[in-house]
Design a protein around this ligand. Sequence first.
Ligand code: AMP
Length: 557
Amino acid sequence: MNTLSHTQGPSHPPLLSLTLGEALDATAARWPDREALVVRHEGVRHTWRSLAEQVDLHARGLMALGIERGERVGIWAPNGAPWCILQLATARIGAILVTINPAYRVNELEFVLRQSGCCWLVCAEAFKSSDYHAMLQQLLPERAEGAPARERLPHLRGVISLSGAPPTGFLPWSALAERAGQVGLHELRERQRSLTCDQAVNIQYTSGTTGAPKGATLSHRNILNNGYMVGCSLGLSEQDRLVVPVPLYHCFGMVMGNLACLIHGSTLIYPNDAFDPEATLRAVVEERATVLYGVPTMFIAMLDHPLCAQSDLSTLRTGIMAGATCPIEVMRRVIEQMHMAQVQIAYGMTETSPVSLQTGPHDDLELRVSTVGRTQPHLETKLVDASGAVVPRGEIGELCTRGYSVMIGYWDAPDATRQAIDPAGWMRTGDLAIMDEQGYVKIVGRNKDMIIRGGENIYPRELEEFLHTHPAVAEAQVVGIPCDRFGEQIVAWLRLHPGCDLTTDEVQAWCKARIAHFKVPRHIHFVDRFPMTVTGKVQKFRIRELSIARFAPGQGK
Ligand code: AMP
């Protein structure tokens, strides 16, 4: 018996050595007339044949713009058909899709575009409180007149808007289809043939185990295989219909959703442009869905919605809850009240494509609701102590993952990559876990400073640095506290410069104009000093305890 916390997943099914374009060709050839994509809020329906045609058209349009292999193309838009088409079209031509959180504000967008060196950006017109056109015009004032923005974003050659009437200087989305005629289908095929599955296809920004955003760079092989293995665990087939309410800019949507369906021939269903409990429940009922995804807070919102009890959800058989700790009670309610008898928990992180552990359909209920399962095929998991030694089973250690799913590295950040992935290929996750005798893993905490609010990760250090840029703020400390609705909420403690005065509303309004809404602190506490250790270090745990007592007594129990 292996008494150390180190396991290896099965070696079946075999890994695939395909690019995303080749996978699309195979599926379109095998199931041309089966439904591939349903986008309910846009009224769009594609079969695999028509989806592949759309992908080809837009891929040729991208080539007509002069986009070369390895160049970066950004997408800054909520869920919709163009998102999926662009993902596959950029992959077909060997470009690298940079997925940008639709909640980002100008500063965050500028950082990502510059760090990744995007040559084109595809954006929506507006979404919720975000006016993308206005933000881009603020960032690229000269672009409005049609001239390139050499200074701030030297790589950016142009912006494509999904709006029907883009501002001067931006191309409409329809321009890609219109320009497709300039590039022959054979040229596109030739481009696809020149690619290998080990090349980068996607960059996703995440702060990893430290505060500064870094671009996790993933290959065709990384993400196609992860989508494939996740789908195998769910038993996906061309008969399945999978509802994806999670955002596509994250691996949960674009890998576990889009690519799992692509490789298994299942139907992808987007209920709305962003999560909405009612639209998701209606999509399940009206599309007779068999599979449903979500982060825990989405399932809580669906279970609490009056429509849930009245809906016939009996077509559902399975799904995945992932992204944050999945409360056992919520898992039980999903099984009983949403008919998802085979629901599974998946665990992973962007840097590992994302899934590295998953519960299986045959695991008994107790393990299925209380652990994140066992190591996925072709991967290894180990738990280590502070010295890097593997801990015995039953003891807490930092979870590390090795195998095909580990990213190529952080984009243009070799030092950060070396810190995250050791020379033997292990990715350190910053999560603390316990492994039992059978290899089932429980996530018990984090040794990285991170808050997960409603499925979105917030890095206190990044937010503290941002709050320091306010002229009245002398010092900022950010912590997460439990919240029944969002899992966690953000609290900021601020010490102001002498003579300065600020209110909670003023701080929140200042943040809202500059950073994504989910990073805006829910509570602000103004203080003259912070709790300190005798050696003068701020006591974060004490700030957290006091914040819970003040703002969240009784939450998260
Ligand atoms: P991301 O890179 O956005 O996918 O976030 C990855 C982080 O989310 C992990 O390092 C964990 O801290 C957390 N996470 C993901 N899945 C789970 C899960 N099933 N249970 C607990 N935490 C999770």
